[in-house]
Design a protein around this ligand. Structure first.
Ligand SMILES: [Zn+2]
Length: 376
């Protein structure tokens, strides 16, 4: 096994100092899939780094096939943006842009001055027997040209996002490790990869459409969805060989080594199923739940006040159950009143706000409704 370490300068400050992304690549020197892990794109979402630590240690000791790329602390700008005791890590503090929404959609070729569109690529390669490798090379050249040739430069978020897209462009399976606020363990998987995603045995899976909305997982799988569609115009059936998942590993601002061992085990079981290794693993059994994104519902605060959350992440509830109580002070009457937030449907509590200090319209929590359950 060969290990390559590299460091990519990602943001230079006025005084000349700069921040870098550190990339560690394990090459088994045997053919096999290329697996890509990145963590901590949102600064407060720390648990993925610990999972990467465990995976790096595991694959130093255990044989595997193919390559693995690890990018811990993938966003040095966000993890280092602390205000008081908290990490202000979800948005760029200068622009307000979400760090996980500015990846580029390469099907918008004119917008990014991409000379050679996916349709052009397919016109030249639709009969190629090495179309997967050809397309990965195409992606590599597209991201290089976007980084180097954009006439008026790229914004801070785009520089960073395109760099990560470029790093992941050669991978077959991409894991973008995040956490929720105060949250259960859940996974975003695209419609086309949902049956594969079930093998991950994540307690909760949200099925998202095969569409681009600016996030890393979509940025990684959408070029392949476009490729599939373009090939169909040439009557070529093509099944997408790449999977990309956003994995939410519990709550922000915390790490748990015990939970990380289980997180790693889930990933190892999945990788074994994909032929990446053949190590002996413990079994992991449990009940899992999935729903479509349209049934992943946010509850918003009907009034401002102090919010008492009655459920913990992953708890199930029934229609009409009391999910939260908001205690509000009426500054005209100098009286207190309490509003209860009641469940509209049966559901599972997934992601809960981290502050009891609530303004009207603020997201209180997100829940799964109309879910399916399965066992692993
Ligand atoms: Zn996140």
């Amino acid at each position: 096994m060969k290990i390559n370490n590299s460091s990519i300068e990602i943001s230079q400050y006025a005084n000349g100092d700069s921040l870098s992304i550190n990339v560690i690549q394990y090459d088994s020197l045997q053919s096999g899939p290329h697996i890509y892990f990145q963590a901590n794109v949102h600064g407060a979402e720390l648990q993925g780094n610990i999972v990467i630590k465990l995976l790096m240690e595991y694959f130093k000791e255990h044989e595997f096939r193919g390559k693995i790329t690890f990018v811990p602390f993938a966003n040095p700008m966000s993890v280092n943006a602390k205000i008081g005791g908290y990490t202000y890590g979800r948005f760029n503090p200068r622009t307000g842009d979400n760090w996980n929404r500015n990846y580029i959609d390469i099907s918008q070729s004119s917008r990014y001055q991409i000379q050679h569109s996916i349709a052009d690529f397919v016109n030249e390669h639709y009969e190629s027997e090495t179309i997967i490798t050809d397309f990965k090379q195409y992606l590599d050249s597209v991201f290089s040209s976007v980084k180097n040739n954009t006439e008026y430069g790229l914004s801070e978020n785009k520089i960073f996002n395109v760099e990560l897209q470029h790093l992941a462009a050669d991978a077959d399976v991409i894991f973008d490790l995040h956490t929720g606020g105060r949250a259960a363990r859940y996974l975003y998987a695209a419609e086309y990869e949902k049956s594969k995603a079930m093998e991950l045995g994540f307690p909760h899976t949200l099925i998202i459409p095969n569409e681009f909305d600016g996030a890393m997982d979509e940025a990684c799988f959408m070029p392949w969805v476009h490729l599939q569609n373009e090939l169909m115009n040439h009557d070529v059936q093509f099944s997408i060989p790449v999977q990309a998942y956003t994995v939410e590993l519990g709550s922000e601002e915390t790490i748990s080594m015990d939970a990380a061992k289980e997180d790693m085990l889930r990933l190892l079981i999945f990788l074994k199923g994909s032929g990446q290794h053949s190590q002996q693993l413990e079994e992991l059994k449990g009940q899992c739940y999935s729903c479509h994104l349209k049934n992943y519902r946010s509850y918003y605060a009907p009034t401002g006040g102090l919010c008492e959350f009655h459920l913990e992440p992953a708890e199930h509830f029934l229609k009409h159950d009391k999910l939260a109580s908001i205690h509000s002070f009426n500054s005209k009457s100098n009286e207190w009143m309490t509003n209860h937030v009641v469940a509209k449907n049966n559901g599972i509590m997934i992601n809960i706000g981290t502050s009891a200090n609530i303004s009207q319209g603020e997201t209180l929590f997100q829940v799964m409704e109309h879910y399916h359950s399965f066992e692993v």
